[in-house]
Design a protein around this ligand. Structure first.
Ligand SMILES: O=C(O)CCC(=O)C(=O)O
Ligand SMILES: [Fe+2]
Length: 348
């Protein structure tokens, strides 16, 4: 990965979401609309999540990564057909390149679906999370946090709907009663330990919106439409919100899902983040929303990444991205879905 210099000192905009629920709503919506079209990336204040919960979740995430390796490997993702659990650094891939971060993936807590010959493959995504037996407080804390950031994400989604001239609940038919949820606690080791400076490679997120909680170490960068990379350093009290490909597709490219990446921190420094990805139900098909005339003229259309094609069928799309990001899980549990040359490939 090339580490680009930063030729302009641009920063992402900040939006105070308490304005969406107050007298200033109209001006707020107009600002949001500009941000959606320019970047689909902003700092959010006024989100209403308790600072105590945030502090508790951050501390618990650090305690999890500090556990002995064998306690983390107890819940290694390769043990879960549902792509839940812990991954060591170097296991995950973005567009075929190795990322360098360790992480725990949590999802909606559920039960596995009994698979019949005609069961859609994406139903394999449903199932239980894996939790570390050495850290019993992690489960209730992360599930509470997941519920909170789901509330935040749905509030953002409603504001987005209004901004693009639609009823607040225009997406409800594809996320009710249970949107897809993916919560990741992440640790990026310093460059002295990492085998690459790619913390996570350049990508767009897939779903409706991402609610990202950074800690204190920078590393996140966002690529704007003119190809300039801008830094998105942590700002205490904020979340970074970014829109995913689902919204880009649904608005024929009016809403932008900026590409972003994370550069591994310098030697001796580590970086923590907690990312939450909110998506529609897996059985949904992404609609095309008829935008008002004034916005329609600013639609960009959809560009397809040949290394990461996207389908309008949400479950199929999500399963495809999980199979690509986690080839070890794919080989262990879903070999029947892989092209024959990938079935027996050596790990990494
Ligand atoms: O760790 C971060 O700050 C961002 C991670 C990210 O972009 C992702 O996991 O999709
Ligand atoms: Fe991302």
């Amino acid at each position: 990965m090339t580490v680009h210099s930063n030729p302009v000192s641009a920063t992402l905009p900040t939006l105070d979401f308490s304005r969406f629920h107050g007298p200033d709503r109209e001006a707020f919506i107009a600002e949001l609309l500009d941000v959606l079209h320019d970047h689909g990336f902003f700092y959010m204040t006024g989100h209403g999540v308790s600072p105590q919960l945030i502090a508790d979740v951050r501390a618990a995430a650090k305690r999890f990564f500090a556990l002995p390796l064998e306690d983390k490997l107890e819940i290694e993702m390769v043990k879960s057909p549902h792509f839940r659990g812990y991954n060591r650094a170097g296991v995950e891939r973005t567009r075929g390149q190795q990322d360098w971060r360790e992480q725990l993936d949590v999802n909606t807590e559920g039960e596995a679906v009994a698979l019949q010959a005609d069961t859609p493959a994406w139903k394999r995504l449903f199932g239980p999370n894996q939790w570390p037996s050495r850290q019993p407080e992690l489960k209730p804390l992360l599930l509470e946090y997941q519920a909170e950031v789901t509330r935040v994400g749905l509030d953002v989604l409603k504001a987005i709907a209004v901004a693009i001239g639609q009823p607040e609940d225009v997406f409800a038919s594809i996320y009710e009663p249970q949107p897809s949820q993916l919560l990741k606690i992440i640790r990026y080791p310093g460059r002295d330990v990492a085998e690459t400076d790619q913390g996570v490679g350049a990508h767009k997120d897939g779903g409706f919106v991402t609610v990202l909680l950074q800690d204190t170490t920078p590393g996140l960068r966002v690529r704007t439409e003119d190809g300039v990379w801008i830094d998105a350093p942590p700002v205490e009290g904020t979340f970074i919100i970014n829109t995913g490909e689902l919204l880009e597709l649904a608005t024929n490219g009016f809403v932008r899902a900026d590409v972003h990446d994370v550069v591994a921190p310098p030697a001796g420094v580590e970086r923590y983040s907690i990312a939450f990805f909110l998506g529609s139900r897996y059985d949904a098909t992404i609609p095309v929303i008829e935008l008002p005339e004034a916005l329609k003229t600013k639609e960009r259309g959809i560009t397809v990444d040949p290394l990461n094609p996207i389908f309008r069928e949400v479950g199929q799309n999500h399963l495809k991205s999980r199979l690509r990001s986690h080839p070890d899980v794919a080989r262990a549990h879903h070999a029947d879905l892989l092209p024959s040359e990938e079935r027996n490939a050596p790990a990494n």
